[in-house]
Write a protein that binds this ligand. Structure first.
Ligand code: TRP
Length: 452
């Protein structure tokens, strides 16, 4: 059996885990969700969930993973003292992340295509043109499939290089780059005339905009963005060193992730408002609305618009890649350790499965009729079922597990690194995982399904 990998440095741990968290969830999903749900009021609910449910949830996965130093299924089993039933929670996580990788790769593939298109200047045109461009591209029978599979393959080749040489190195390169690109575009966007309306939309809450489904949507978004509920963090934590301060790391990663989501908002909304575009167009926001926004906003300086467009899609590609790597790793670690296969072969299993899901999701976007479930296209169905059902469920079960079933002395030792750090926060954490996290998730579920 191959030797287990681990991250080399503390910076590597933070950047790789933040790389998993920061992704299309921040730059694509967060802005369109915020746009659809009334701006600042959605963000406030979101922030509350990150603080109250997100950070304790992250800590639980960190504890399970770091304690067990194994893939997700084995980690849960080990932490449960060998009770095999709990392995199922780990397996649920592996299944969820595989499905997410499938549809995520489709969007990541669109980003690749748009990067190329903006380089070649072929996104220039009026509103109708960009709209048609997106529709005809996304419903093309094979082009988006090829891009999606290509994205899974790129992920694959990082993964087979291993934890330190693949994941950690890619994150150390891509994350700083992403940050610089983001800040550059934010500055350009906020300097536009009329940008202030977009900033206001992000910062001034209007509670009349909150509706029945906002709570579950904000919850799903918080978990999705933090990579929570699929054992992704648990798998990464199995490569942490024994002296990693888990509370500090979880807090830092939540801060980075939330900060980047807000920055993404500051990049998109000021530009959109500046040219009078409403930000509530949904998932196609960054593919239909934005290309026009950049063109019009920088109309007086076409070169700036051109460069900003390229930087924007490059940023999306980088952000997506560090996240797809983390989703891929969950299954790869599982197949490597449970089927005792070489890492390379295990990775191929996952790459194949995800590519198939990606192709079907992509085809469901209009190329082939009838690839739908419960009235949603397969693509939308996968997004819905993972973010709003499987992630909260995974986090709920994990929380019950660590709060009520795991030996609490062991939990304390792992949380505090044998009583050396964060001791005074342990009780608060324990209270959160025992009561706050499971109750809130339960309430939100019951509310959504009309029970209360
Ligand atoms: N958090 C990532 C994003 O915001 C997506 C992601 C990576 C993810 N790993 C995950 C989502 C695991 C859920 C579960 O884009």
């Amino acid at each position: 059996m191959e030797k287990r990998g681990s991250f080399g440095t503390r910076l590597g741990i933070i950047l790789a885990t933040a790389g998993s968290a920061v992704g299309l969830g921040n730059v694509w999903r967060f802005p369109f969700m915020t746009g659809q749900n009334g701006g600042a009021s959605f963000i406030l609910v979101y922030l509350l969930f990150v603080l109250l449910l997100g950070i304790p949830g992250m800590l639980s996965e960190f504890i399970i993973g770091r304690h067990s130093q194994a893939n997700a299924a084995r980690a849960y089993g080990h932490m449960a003292g060998g009770k095999r039933l709990w392995r199922l929670v780990g397996m649920l996580g592996i299944l969820t992340s595989t499905v997410i990788l499938g549809f995520y790769a489709v969007v990541a593939g669109w980003c690749l295509q748009y990067l190329l298109a903006s380089l070649m200047g072929s996104l220039n045109g009026d509103v109708a043109y960009v709209h048609d461009y997106f529709i005809s591209f996304s419903s093309h029978p094979w082009k988006p499939c090829v891009w999606a599979v290509l994205f899974v393959l790129i992920t694959h080749f990082v993964i087979v290089r291993g934890v330190q040489k693949g994941i950690e190195r890619a994150s150390k390169l891509l994350m700083p780059l992403l940050f610089v690109l983001l800040v550059t575009i934010v500055v350009a966007s906020c300097l536009l005339p009329g940008a202030i309306d977009g900033i206001e939309f992000l910062l001034k809450p209007d509670f009349t905009k909150l509706n029945h489904s906002t709570l579950l949507e904000a919850l799903g978004q918080a978990f999705f963005s933090l990579s929570l509920g699929t054992c992704c963090l648990c798998t990464y934590a199995s490569y942490f060193s024994r002296d990693t301060n888990l509370l500090k790391s979880a807090t830092q990663i939540a801060l980075i992730d939330t900060g980047i989501a807000i920055l993404a908002g500051l990049m998109i909304f000021p530009a959109a408002f500046s040219v009078g575009v409403k930000p509530d167009s949904g998932p196609s926001l960054i593919f239909i609305t934005l290309p026009n926004v950049f063109q019009q906003a920088f109309g007086a300086m076409p070169v700036v618009g051109y460069v900003i467009g390229i930087l924007f899609y490059a940023l999306l590609v980088f952000a997506a890649l560090t996240s797809t790597i983390s989703m891929h790793e969950i299954g790869t670690a599982f197949f490597t350790e449970e089927l005792r296969q070489p890492r390379r072969r295990a990775a191929w299993v996952l790459t194949l499965v995800c590519s198939v899901i990606a192709v079907f999701c992509s085809l469901s976007m209009g190329a082939v009729d009838g690839i739908s479930l419960f009235g949603l296209s397969l693509m939308d169905f996968c997004d819905y079922i993972t973010a709003q059902v499987m992630l909260p469920l995974g986090a709920f079960l994990t929380s019950l597990f660590v709060g009520w079933f795991v030996d609490q002395k062991l939990l304390f030792d792992e949380f505090t690194n044998q009583g050396t750090v964060s001791v005074s926060f342990f009780r608060a954490y324990q209270f959160a995982v025992r009561f706050i996290v499971p109750f809130c998730i339960l309430l939100i579920f019951l509310h959504q399904f009309g029970v209360i």
